[in-house]
Design a binder for this molecule. Structure first.
Ligand code: ADP
Length: 638
């Protein structure tokens, strides 16, 4: 409801109610809901009637604390002869309401109003009556109503509907008036013709199509042209052949495919396919009647004589869908006109399509996302595979070098043996020949010593490179490592590095493979010495120590070398991670796999000040005797 109309409605209600207060004995005091008779002029199920009775009932139930008990009776005067049936109807209703206390009667429409005026005293004595939904013009003609009646008329503003037709069809000069053969139908057709003739006299031809059957109406309408013809429909309760209709049904049957707009003044005509009109809103009238009734039933002591409220004004209403079908623009009607079937905003009209599109877009996005993810994973896998391939190539190259070293060691071992034999032979020959040249003697012993040293290196290298199955035997941790330091010592000496050993686990035994344990020490020591390559003399110290820790023993190899940047700690034990020009990046990864094979662990940490220490932890061999001795050996070998 528009704001202006709502205000008018409130004003009208206030006025009528003010006048009506006191007509009804208040029912509020009793615990029973007030009893209200709704007497309709038309068929109670006719849309025009139903809209009003429903609105009245809703308002009464909303506004009254106990609601209202309503009874519905119909005169059905549009389609049946009231004169003929009134005696029986009167008898029926009198019997029906005999002994019943009725608080209010609401007569809806002309026939009901007439019936109530004639018979209310006999059927509902002393009960106030509201007469509603009667045209103002009819009310004026139909004579006086008793003083206890409250009248709520509506105004049929035919001239306003004609003005709307003129605005929508500015070129039309022919007006066709459709109406039925019933008395009321004829009355409305007369009114239309009169309004068209007394108005702006634009209509050069006014035709009455009276009482035509629906097929006839359709056939005639089909021949019209919207450029010159406008059609105004009043009511058709009856055609000339005696067929009965509800007026809105006729609209429904003729408006659907008519090539011209059909105008009318009931909102339900528009719902059925009429184009526009200055509309009397039935529902609004019902609500207004309900509000007046509710106020009356709530009770007020003041008493007034008969009154008539201001008629409910008609207002412009247009069916946008129909105008669109006919290719007529609704713009000329202005902003105050109420739109019916106005197109929904696109998102509401096409919400299904939009939902499907969104779903498709969502599904596509999901697929694209999944594919992108798959591609990213595939690329990562490819990169990983490429790295693995490169690693493998390097590994096999390194393995070949290992094999080669083994055979070189073997090949070099033989000539070394020969050198030693020959040195011994030369020594013997010199002694037997009586040559005792001390210088020659010294040269021979140098050759022997160096050959022996070289042989020693070869032997150790062979031991390391021998392909042996790992054998875990209980070994004395310190003893095995001490033997391995013998391999480190010459190298340390060569590099000018002080080697300090602190063996602190005495006879502690671990389950280990000796060769692998020695390899750990060698790898860690070589790395430590590499790290001190450029260190100052005071820092060139390699400390190898052992100690007890957490149910196991630890080997600590510490240096004062370059140290390791924090971010590189994580990568140290990765295979092929190296920062050295000629590094293999295998040393520490071998150390880690050996540690893990021995159920131990290896870790690295920076030393305070400078350098790094690597710690290998191994569990003690089961049933190990208590450590009894502690030996500290310290030596410098420069
Ligand atoms: P490689 O010695 O062939 O480089 P490793 O696996 O033995 O391979 O060592 C990997 C890397 O770890 C070395 O290149 C070096 O950068 C670093 N590293 C190992 N030990 C030390 C250490 N004691 N001090 C500083 N850096 C070290």
């Amino acid at each position: 409801m528009s704001g202006r109309l709502a205000r008018r409605l409130r004003g009208a209600v206030a006025l009528v109610v003010f006048a009506a207060y006191g007509l009804v004995a208040p029912a509020a005091s009793s615990a029973e809901p007030p009893k209200v008779v709704l007497l309709t002029g038309g068929d109670p199920m006719q849309a025009a009637v139903l809209m009003q009775t429903q609105a009245i009932r809703n308002v009464l139930n909303e506004k009254l604390p106990l609601g209202a008990e309503t009874f519905l009776d119909s005169v059905d005067g549009h389609r049946f002869s009231v004169d003929l049936l009134t005696p029986e109807l009167f008898a029926l209703l009198r019997k029906k309401y005999e002994g019943q206390h009725i608080d209010l009667v609401i007569a809806i429409g002309n026939y009901a109003a007439e019936f109530a005026r004639a018979h209310h005293d006999a059927i509902w004595p002393d009960t106030p009556v509201i007469v509603t939904s009667v045209p103002e013009a009819w009310l004026k003609m139909s004579g006086a109503f008793p003083s206890t009646f409250v009248l709520i008329p509506y105004r049929i503003e035919i001239d306003k509907t004609l003005a709307i037709a003129r605005r929508l069809q500015p070129g039309a000069t022919r007006l066709i008036v459709i109406g039925g053969s019933a008395v009321l139908d004829k009355h409305f057709s007369d009114e239309i013709v009169e309004a068209a003739q007394t108005g702006d006299r634009r209509w050069s031809a006014i035709e009455r199509w009276e009482g035509l059957s629906v097929p006839e109406l359709r056939a005639r309408l089909a021949k019209l042209d919207k450029r010159d013809s406008a059609v105004l429909y009043g009511t058709q309760y009856l055609d000339r052949d005696g067929r009965r209709y509800f007026p809105f049904e006729v609209v429904n049957k003729i408006a659907g495919d008519a090539p011209v707009p059909i105008y009318g003044w009931y909102a339900n005509y528009l719902i059925q396919g009429a184009a526009a009109g200055a509309v009397y809103d039935l529902e609004e009238n019902g609500r207004m009647t309900g509000m007046i009734a509710a106020r009356m039933l709530s009770g007020d002591k003041s008493r007034h004589s008969a009154m008539s409220g201001p008629a409910l004004p008609a207002r412009c209403m247009a069916n946008i869908a129909v105008l669109k079908r006919l290719g007529i623009s609704e713009r000329s009607l202005g902003p105050d006109c109420k739109w019916l079937n106005a197109p929904l905003p696109p998102y509401r009209e096409y919400w299904k399509e939009i939902a499907v599109i969104l779903f498709v877009i969502g599904a596509q996005a999901f697929t694209i996302f999944a594919m992108l993810r798959q591609r990213r994973e595939r690329r990562a896998a490819e990169r990983e595979a490429a790295t693995r391939r490169a690693d493998l190539t390097r590994a096999s190259r390194i393995a070949t070098v290992g094999e080669l070293s083994a055979s070189i060691a073997h090949e070099v071992g033989q000539p070394l043996g020969a050198i030693l034999s020959n040195v011994d032979a030369a020594d013997l020959m010199m002694q037997s020949a009586g040559h005792s040249d001390p210088e020659l003697q010294e040269i021979l012993s140098d050759v022997r010593r160096d050959a022996l040293r070289a042989n020693d290196v070869i032997v150790r290298l062979r031991t390391l490179l021998q392909k042996q199955a790992i054998t875990f035997t209980p070994v004395v941790f310190d003893a095995v490592l001490e033997r391995a330091t013998a391999l480190v010592r010459p190298e340390a000496r060569r590099r000018g590095i002080v080697l300090r050993t602190v063996f602190g686990t005495q006879d502690a035994e671990v389950l280990a493979d000796q060769v692998q344990l020695q390899q750990v020490l060698l790898n860690l020591s070589i790395n430590a010495m590499d790290a001190m390559e450029d260190a100052e003399q005071k820092d060139r110290e390699l400390v190898i120590s052992t100690r007890f820790a957490d149910d196991g023993v630890e080997l600590v190899v510490a240096d004062r070398g370059t140290g390791i940047a924090e971010e590189n700690f994580d990568r140290l034990f990765e295979a092929f991670y190296t920062t050295k020009e000629r590094g293999t990046g295998l040393g520490l990864s071998i150390v880690r796999s050996i540690a893990e094979a021995h159920r131990g662990s290896v870790s690295a940490r920076s030393r305070t000040g400078k350098g790094t220490e690597f710690i290998l932890w191994l569990p003690l061999a089961p049933a190990m005797p208590e450590p009894q001795r502690r030996r500290v050996s310290e030596e410098a070998s420069v």
